[in-house]
Design a protein around this ligand. Structure first.
Ligand code: NAD
Length: 283
């Protein structure tokens, strides 16, 4: 029987755990603090930022939001990052992407203190992930790993296939699965026969950003299927990268969209911020 992996439920459990740890930290005089920087007024980004802020309040974090105009100069944004790096009340800095095209995103990400890089995008954290050292890990792939763990899905020796090789999902997820001893294949737009590769997967992760490209005949019987995609259809509805109707009858586990990976991403942002605050305690 197919089991639905309930990201809402698991993320709620994790938020509860974070809330307890936050209360303990407060007893030691530390309130985890997150600064969220939103440049411009992209509607989707505004929704994401609001959700992140609400999540911070729910667990008892201190949060500060910087909404700055789209035409802001790159050097002014760099100055703000410098100020936040030095701010002792702020343990995590999140710059909502995408940034307007006149701002070099890499430059901004590299300006963030790696310890405060709660998105795990800084090259220092990416390099540390690659070499198996402790680091801040990108929230979406980390959320997928936690979801797999909480559902008791073992990875050692399993064939894992990722569709998508982005810096924020596919590539870091490749490293995380490899670190757990899975045999990992990463597919992309130049992969010759996608279905032939996905059919090998014990664990299939779709992160292509293409509505329902994973069809029923692309998944092997009993596989675990993680759908990262969030695609807005012409009729306004949300769709994942996986055809839930076709795939779910064949697999052992599957994540829904919405309510699968999305809530886990926010829970991991909170987790990374808590970790950064705890690191301050050790320093
Ligand atoms: P991206 O556009 O940066 O990367 C997509 C990747 O998929 C690319 O590497 C590309 O080569 C590959 N790809 C695209 N079409 C393909 C095809 N037909 N066959 C094989 N490979 C193909 O996207 P991203 O930022 O990694 O996001 C991917 C999806 O995940 C999007 O729908 C995004 O909205 C969603 N997302 C969700 C969360 C979450 O919290 N749930 C977080 C991040 C991204």
């Amino acid at each position: 029987m197919t089991r639905i992996m309930d990201g809402n439920k698991v993320s709620q459990d994790i938020r509860g755990e974070i809330k307890e740890k936050t209360a303990q930290l407060k007893g030691k005089g530390i309130i985890p603090g997150l600064a969220v920087v939103l440049v411009g007024d992209d509607p989707a980004s505004q929704i994401y930022v609001k959700r992140k802020e609400n999540a911070c309040h729910e667990v008892g974090f201190y949060s500060r939001e910087y909404k700055i105009p789209a035409e802001t100069h790159e050097k002014d944004l760099l100055n703000l990052i410098g100020v936040l790096n030095a701010d002792q009340k702020i343990h995590g800095i999140l710059v909502q992407l995408p940034l307007p095209s006149h701002i070099n995103s890499s430059l901004i990400i590299e300006a963030i203190d790696p310890q405060k890089d709660v998105d795990g995008f800084h090259p220092v954290n990416v390099g540390r992930l690659l070499t198996g050292q402790p680091c801040q890990m990108a929230c979406t792939p980390k959320g997928i790993m936690v979801l797999l763990e909480r559902y008791g899905i073992s990875l050692a020796g399993k064939e894992a296939v990722i569709v998508g090789r982005s810096n924020i999902v596919g590539k870091p997820l490749f490293l995380m699965l490899l670190a757990q001893n899975a045999t990992v294949t990463v597919c992309h737009t130049k992969t010759k026969d996608l279905a032939e590769v996905t059919c090998r997967a014990d664990i299939l992760i779709a992160a292509a950003g293409k509505a329902e490209i994973v069809r029923g005949d692309m998944v092997r019987e009993g596989a675990v299927v993680i759908d990262v995609g969030i695609n807005r259809l012409d009729n306004g509805k949300l769709a994942g990268d996986v055809s839930f109707a076709e795939v779910s009858p064949h697999c052992a586990f599957i994540t829904p969209v919405p309510g699968g990976v999305g809530p886990m991403t926010i829970a991991m942002l909170l987790h990374n911020t808590l970790k950064a605050a705890e690191a301050g305690l050790e320093a």
